[in-house]
Ligand binder design. Structure first.
Ligand code: NAP
Length: 290
């Protein structure tokens, strides 16, 4: 029987640090502010945006949520994030996904100032993740690695089976794990024998979006499993990609809810604090260059 890798404590530590940094900025006359753009129509996105508002209030971070109607144009969204990018009072910008089909998320993301891009969705920050340059890295992949470390598991020298190669979680993690000195096997929908790859891994990270895809038969006694999947179930609850009874065969499993997602939200605000620092450095550099 393995252990559940709950994220509550690690998330609390991050939130404490963020609240402290936010208070220090406020004392200097800078009010940390995050702005979130939501297109109405997806109840889950609206729920996530509202939960971010509650956390921001607890951390001393100002929060603006702009909800646009579903028929809004791509141009309107680009105009909003462009205005926030130019607004000195806004330090972090988030775009709630998914967007309606007629709007390209990539086109809107490109209009966000990379120094305010707390979700790590701009081309500049995606490149930074690939190359290891400083930047704002997406919070969910960071959360997976931080949760491993919180329980004393290091990816260094380990064989990691990464299940899912999506742009939000899988692909950034692929690059980040290699910099953590892991050997990474990337599995996806065309992988012929998922069980074989998962069985051969020391660490398994699931980022697919299919409840119960990974079952207890796939794990050995020493496998450590991070579940980044979020699946909305018919009963209104949420489940991960890993069947809950995997705890019977794996060494450790991160729960859903209460695992990766819990730490992700805290790390988004950590990114917001980092964003302020990066913006101040850029202003200083600009002044020195004159
Ligand atoms: P995505 O872009 O839809 O990618 C899903 C990936 O899963 C794709 O690479 C797909 O393969 C692969 N896949 C689909 N069916 C598979 C199968 N049967 N076997 C193996 N691989 C399969 O998703 P995403 O945006 O990266 O998100 C992944 C999951 O993370 C979702 O559940 C999402 O809700 C969750 N998420 C969690 C957080 C958090 O904070 N916890 C944040 C963001 C997202 P192909 O490439 O071949 O299509």
């Amino acid at each position: 029987m393995g252990i559940w890798m709950k994220a509550k404590e690690a998330a609390e530590e991050v939130r404490t640090e963020v609240a402290k940094a936010a208070a220090e900025y406020r004392a200097e006359g800078i009010v940390p502010k995050v702005a979130v753009l939501l297109v109405e129509g997806d109840p889950a996105s609206a729920y996530y945006a509202e939960s971010k508002r509650k956390i921001a209030a607890k951390l001393g971070i100002e929060f603006e949520l702009l909800a646009l109607p579903p028929e809004s144009s791509e141009r309107q969204l680009i105009d909003v994030v462009t205005a926030w990018s130019r607004d000195e009072r806004v330090h972090g910008i988030m775009l709630e996904l998914p967007l309606p089909r007629h709007i390209s998320a990539a086109a809107v993301a490109t209009a966000i100032d990379p120094l305010k891009d707390v979700d790590g969705v701009t081309p500049a920050n995606k490149l930074a993740v690939m190359t290891g340059e400083p930047g704002l890295y997406p919070a969910t992949p960071q959360s997976c690695i931080r949760l491993l470390r919180a329980y004393g598991y290091s990816p260094e020298g380990k064989h990691v089976a990464l299940v899912g190669r999506g742009q939000t979680v899988g692909m950034p993690l692929f690059h980040m794990l290699q910099r953590e000195q892991a050997t990474v096997t990337v599995c996806h929908s065309r992988t012929a024998d998922l069980k074989r790859h998962v069985q051969g891994a020391d660490i398994v990270i699931a980022a697919v979006g299919r409840a119960g895809l990974l079952t207890k038969e796939m794990f050995r006694g020493e496998t450590v499993v991070i579940d980044a999947g979020i699946n909305e179930m018919a009963d209104g609850g949420i489940a991960g990609d890993v069947a809950p009874d995997a705890i019977e065969t794996a060494a450790a499993v991160s729960p859903v809810p209460g695992g990766v997602g819990t730490l992700t939200t805290a790390l988004l605000f950590e990114n917001a604090i980092k964003a302020i620092r990066l913006q101040r450095q850029a202003v200083k550099k600009g002044a020195e260059a004159k």
